[in-house]
Design a protein around this ligand. Structure first.
Ligand SMILES: [Fe+2]
Length: 423
C-alpha cells in the first residue's frame, strides 16, 4: 500500500508497522521480531497522541467516541488482562482499579465503567497513564523474552491480537479527536501540516465482475480477525463496479439537486435521521461565505471537488446511490473486485460502505472466553465497510478486512463507491 497520507505526524510509521510482513523473519527469531513489532505499534499510539494537549486527551464529545487518554490506557489494559495476567508468572497488576476503568465491553473480564462517562475520568491523569503504559511495556517485553518454548506460541498469538487491537484504536484516536474538535467553534486542527491523501487516480468508469461462484473471506498465512473467516463460496450476479470513489464534486451535485430534501431518495430510518439531525451536507461540512468547507485533520479547509467524499453515513451513501441510479456494492462484490485488482483507491483514502449487513460468515463461531467477545457479539444492526482510510495504520489493511458501524455513523473516515447491474 502506498503511503496513506502526507501528514508529518502520520507519515512516520513505515513497513515496520506491517506486522504480517515480518512473519518470515519471525520463524527464525520470533522473540526479537515480535518485540520490535510491539515497540513499533506502542510507539505509534504515543506518536498520534503527542500533538494533543492534556485537555484534548480528556474530552469525550459523544458516547460513541472515547478520550485519547482512555484509548492509551485501554489498549494497555488489553495486554495486561489478556496477556500478562494469564501468562507472566508473578506479574504485578499496575493498579487493580484500572480494570474497571479501562475494560471496554468484555463482560467476561468483569464489571466496567459506563462508556458515555469516560470523559469524566480526569484521574489517573495522562502522566499516570504514561507510567501504566511503561509498566506494561516492560512486562510484555519480559514475557516475550522469558516465555518457555511451550508457552511461546500462545503468548505470541495473544500478543498479535493485542497489536492489531491497538492499531484499531490508533485510527479511533484520530476519528474521535476530530469529532471533538468539530464541536469547538474555533475548529482546531490536529496537525497543521496534514494534507489529504493524493487525489484519486484519474481512472473512471466501471469494471465488469465475472458472474458466477467466487470465494471470499480470509484464507492462507498471516493474520486476520475472526470475523473475516471462514472463507466461503458466494454467487455474484453480473455486475459492474466503479473503479473510483465518489468524489465531492458528485456529492455537491447531489446536494444541488435537493438530495437532502427529497424523502423518496431515503430509507425511512435515514430520512428520520435527516430530519432529526438537520443534515444538509456530509459530516463536518459548513458553508462559510457561500463556500463549503470541511473539517479535516489539518483544520478547516475548502471542500476540494476532486477529493473523495468523506464522513457520510450509510443512510447518505444509500440515498446518493439511489439518486445516481446505481447501488452500493455488497461486501462480496467489493472483495471479488479488490482481489482482481479492479478497484482504484481501495485502501488508504476512505472506508467504503457496502450494502451488506454485518453478519457471521457461514460456519462462523466466536471463540470461547472474553476474547470471543471481540467481534461476534456485534453482528447485529450494523453495516459493513471495506477497504481502509487515510487514518488506518500501515499494515492494517487487507482485502478480507470487515469494518462495521451503525447506519447513522459518520464520524469515521467513510465514503463510497457504486455498482451497476448488467441487463
Ligand atoms: Fe478495544
Amino acid at each position: 500500500m502506498p503511503p496513506a497520507t502526507s501528514s508529518s505526524v502520520l507519515r512516520r510509521v513505515d513497513d515496520e508497522g506491517d506486522i504480517a510482513k515480518n512473519r518470515n523473519a519471525a520463524l527464525n527469531d520470533p522473540r526479537t521480531v515480535w518485540r520490535e513489532a510491539f515497540r513499533t505499534v506502542r510507539a505509534e499510539t504515543e506518536r498520534r497522541s503527542a500533538p494533543l494537549s492534556a485537555e484534548d486527551q480528556i474530552v469525550q464529545s459523544m458516547s460513541d467516541a472515547s478520550p485519547t487518554k482512555w484509548h492509551r490506557a485501554h489498549t494497555t489494559w488489553f495486554f495486561e488482562q489478556f496477556l500478562l495476567v494469564p501468562h507472566l508468572a508473578g506479574y504485578r497488576v499496575f493498579d487493580q482499579r484500572f480494570a474497571y476503568l479501562f475494560n471496554s465491553y468484555y463482560v467476561a473480564a468483569g464489571p466496567r465503567h459506563a462508556r458515555p462517562q469516560r470523559g469524566l475520568i480526569t484521574r489517573p491523569d495522562g502522566e499516570h497513564v504514561g507510567a501504566y503504559r511503561a509498566h506494561v511495556d516492560e512486562a510484555v517485553e519480559r514475557l516475550v523474552r522469558t516465555a518457555s518454548k511451550a508457552q511461546l506460541a500462545e503468548v505470541l498469538r495473544v500478543l498479535e491480537i493485542g497489536l492489531h487491537h491497538e492499531q484499531q484504536h490508533q485510527e479511533l484516536i484520530l476519528t474521535d479527536i476530530l469529532h471533538a474538535f468539530a464541536q469547538n467553534p474555533v475548529v482546531p486542527g490536529y496537525d497543521v501540516d496534514w494534507r489529504p491523501p493524493p487525489p484519486p487516480s484519474p481512472t473512471r468508469g466501471f469494471a465488469e465482475l465475472p458472474c458466477g461462484i467466487h470465494t471470499i473471506g480470509f484464507e492462507g498465512a498471516g493474520y486476520c480477525f475472526d470475523n473475516e473467516a471462514p472463507a466461503h463460496q458466494t454467487f455474484l450476479q453480473p455486475v459492474r463496479i466503479a473503479r473510483g470513489l465518489v468524489a465531492n464534486a458528485q456529492w455537491l451535485e447531489f446536494m444541488a439537486e435537493g438530495g437532502y430534501a427529497t424523502p423518496s431518495l431515503w430509507l425511512a430510518d435515514g430520512w428520520a435521521t435527516v430530519e432529526t439531525e438537520g443534515w444538509n451536507a456530509p459530516g463536518y461540512w459548513r458553508a462559510i461565505d457561500g463556500v463549503w468547507h470541511s473539517l479535516t485533520l489539518g483544520g478547516l479547509k475548502p471542500v476540494d471537488p476532486d477529493v473523495p467524499v468523506c464522513h457520510v453515513s450509510y443512510y447518505e451513501a444509500d440515498a446518493f446511490a439511489r439518486w445516481a441510479g446505481k447501488h452500493l456494492p455488497t461486501e462480496a462484490e467489493w472483495e471479488v473486485a479488490a482481489r482482481d485488482n479492479l478497484l482504484d483507491d481501495a485502501f488508504g483514502i476512505v472506508w467504503q460502505w457496502t450494502r451488506s449487513a454485518y453478519l457471521p460468515y457461514p460456519g462462523y463461531r466466536a471463540a470461547a472466553g472474553a476474547l470471543g467477545e471481540y467481534n461476534g457479539k456485534f453482528m447485529i444492526n450494523q453495516m459493513v465497510l471495506r477497504g481502509s482510510s487515510h487514518a488506518t495504520p500501515p499494515g492494517h489493511s487487507r482485502v478480507s478486512y470487515r469494518n462495521f458501524f451503525y447506519p447513522p455513523a459518520r464520524w469515521q473516515f467513510s465514503g463510497l463507491r457504486l455498482v451497476d447491474y448488467v441487463g
